[in-house]
Design a protein. Structure first.
Length: 64
């Protein structure tokens, strides 16, 4: 009953706490969270500095 997409990379990773503030220069993960929420879904992010990142969006199907 929902659509999910997961993107995984093995890059440098980051501290997730640093993504909760909008600095005016870009929308990034904050914008992705807002868009998922507007569709009734969610965005889950896991990342560890030096170990990569996983971003998963889950959006419910809306039946006509």
């Amino acid at each position: 009953n929902e659509l999910g997409i997961k993107v995984i990379d093995n890059g440098k990773g980051f501290d997730i706490a640093d993504t909760d503030e909008f600095d005016g220069s870009h929308f990034g993960l904050i914008g992705m969270r807002e868009r998922a929420s507007l569709l009734g879904g969610r965005l889950d992010i896991s990342s560890v500095p030096g170990a990569g990142t996983t971003v998963k969006a889950t959006i419910p199907f809306v039946r006509p």
